[in-house]
Design a protein around this ligand. Structure first.
Ligand code: FAD
Length: 526
């Protein structure tokens, strides 16, 4: 007999992990060992457009988890499975083969994953003596709890976030941490079946079809070191170190990402400056925790609870938009908000617009491939868009303001369907998360949850001047423009661009904006 914890790609940690903690407790109560299962399902990765960087990050984290679990005498059993639709029956078969009576897992809110878990519960019901517990752990406040006075799910962030802060302030359960798992005792080795699981753990170097080049691998390993210790160091650095005076490019910042050695107690640490500096794209202005939150290497409530006793000024409950801490907590609330949308409006994870009338919107049909390709490669003739896309291609990460700018450029200037952009981001981002990516894309394309609808069109030239006033970011990622000075770097003249081998703008922003307005106002219009 044993208890099984099924770890997924969203809860890859031992600390403060609800399903794992419950599984460990159940195992202790019944005096049986705990076993951990992790399944590789390449068809899932294809269906979700997962990219090689995210898959590599998953594998690197899993290797560390395997060692940490081994120290606790807990076997990590891994298996590659296909086809994805038979995952539930395979899991049940495995449960029976090792004599397990209880399975615990944390919930994933995407429609396919919810259906998979429902199927597993249905199959388990037909069996005697197997119980399945799927718990909420991904968000600080689980989806479906925060409702309007009319008992409706919110589609606007502000009222949702107001209640979100009220919930976590009034009920300690939302921020309560779960204990780490306790070790299995040595008797686990007496069972031949369970002993064999230790030896069968296989974590491949890579999954076929999701390989990185050695250059990409080296970059990712230094920019995003794997493991829970690395995640808390990055959080620590954000909380307790000062922003460098030197204007770092994002790539440089990555290289120094893990270091929290120069701790300070001052009120001018990165998080305190976040409120004023978070929209600046020319430096290391945000936490860069997204890849860790996306894979669940750190729990969102741990990040939220990040005050501990070290700094009395940092309060988990601070939701003020005026302080850096409050502003940052607001972003964690955005993450919950988008997960809430994914869970409550399943059409968003089925490729459909949140605002249904925009299903008929006319996207550009002529030449979309050439324009889409130019956007992907960072060759649109708009320096800030190109720098951002080249940064994404090179590093697997992009600043939030640039995600919005590039997404609006694709959907409003080029009038290319947001689903192409959503897919490309999924394939490139190390922090890909369906809820936030879909939410961000639909927000930018005005087909999603946004109280200021289609007339929100970013001017890429102004975004560039505001976010990157000295042009450090553009010069780094679009080196052919490095010699341009002042405003011209943000908006090169055609003559200079041609001389420097830089492309002409694909489209005139102001004409494109008029077209977008026309079509969004009347989705049937040409
Ligand atoms: P910080 O600014 O330090 O924020 C802290 C955390 O809050 C982030 O790690 C993230 O988990 C959360 N967060 C911050 N901003 C947002 C937001 N706007 N929406 C939801 N959560 C947020 N985020 C992802 O994690 N994965 C994605 O695939 C993703 N795709 C996006 C696509 C588009 C088009 C847009 C506009 C935004 C997208 N975001 C996505 C949200 C946001 O850009 C990133 O979370 C953020 O840039 C990550 O950097 P950071 O960790 O330094 O963020």
């Amino acid at each position: 007999e044993c208890v099984l914890y099924w770890m997924r790609m969203v809860d890859m940690r031992l600390k403060d992990n609800r399903a794992l903690a419950k599984a460990s407790k159940a195992a202790k109560e019944h005096g049986v060992p705990l076993v951990v299962l992790f399944m590789f399902v390449p068809q899932d990765y294809i269906a979700h457009d997962r990219g090689a960087r995210k898959i590599d990050f998953m594998l690197r984290n899993l290797r560390i988890l395997k060692d940490d679990l081994k120290k606790l005498n807990i076997p990590l059993y891994t298996e590659t499975h296909s086809p994805r639709r038979t995952v539930p029956s395979r899991v049940l078969e495995f449960i029976k083969s090792i004599g397990c009576t209880q399975l615990f897992a944390n919930m994933e809110y995407e429609i396919d994953e919810l259906r998979r878990d429902i199927k597993l519960c249905q199959l388990a019901q037909q069996e005697q003596g197997v119980s399945i517990d799927v718990l909420h752990d991904r968000c600080v406040v689980p989806p479906g709890i925060i409702k309007s006075k009319q008992d409706k799910d919110y589609s606007v962030y502000s009222p949702y976030s107001k209640q979100w802060f009220q919930y976590i302030n009034s009920d300690p359960q939302y921020l309560a941490k779960s204990p780490s798992p306790t070790a299995n005792d040595e008797s686990i080795h007496k069972s031949e079946k369970l002993r064999a699981l230790f030896d069968s753990t296989l974590i491949p170097d890579c999954i076929p079809g999701f390989e990185l080049t050695s250059e990409q691998l080296a970059h990712m390993e230094s920019a995003f070191p794997a493991g829970e210790v690395a995640a808390s160091e990055i959080l620590d650095r954000f909380l307790h170190t000062k922003t460098s005076k030197q204007q770092l490019t994002l790539e440089d910042a990555f290289a120094k990402g893990g270091s929290s050695k120069e701790k300070t107690n001052s009120a001018h640490t990165r998080i305190h400056e976040y409120g004023d500096r978070r929209d600046k794209i020319d430096g290391d202005t945000t936490s860069r925790l997204s890849a860790y939150l996306a894979l669940g290497v750190i729990a969102a409530r741990t990040a939220e609870m990040s005050d501990d006793s070290e700094s009395a000024t940092i309060k988990a409950t601070d939701g003020s938009r005026k302080t850096g801490v409050g502003r940052w907590n607001q972003e964690v609330a955005w993450r919950d908000f988008y997960n809430n949308i994914t869970a409550c409006f399943p059409r968003t994870s089925m490729g459909r617009p949140f605002i249904e009338k925009y299903a008929d919107l006319k996207w550009e049909l002529e030449l979309p491939e050439a324009n889409l390709e130019a956007w992907k490669q960072g060759m649109t003739g708009y320096p800030v868009v190109d720098a951002a896309m080249r940064c994404l291609n090179k590093t697997g990460w992009m600043h939030n303001r640039l995600r919005m700018t590039t997404a609006m450029f694709l959907t409003k200037d080029l009038m290319i369907d947001w689903r192409f952009g959503e897919q490309y981001f999924s394939q490139q981002l190390v922090d890909h998360d369906l809820a936030s990516n879909n939410g961000g894309w639909q927000w930018s394309a005005s087909t999603g949850v946004d109280p200021a609808p289609y007339f929100r069109v970013f001017n890429p030239y102004l975004q560039s001047e505001k976010g990157d006033p000295d042009g450090a970011f553009i010069r780094h990622f679009v080196p052919e423009l490095a010699s341009l000075k002042g405003k011209e770097l943000h908006h090169p003249s055609e003559a200079h661009a041609e001389k420097l081998g830089y492309p002409k703008p694909l489209i005139d922003h102001f004409e494109a904006k008029d077209r977008a307005m026309r079509r969004f106002k009347d989705p049937g219009a040409v």
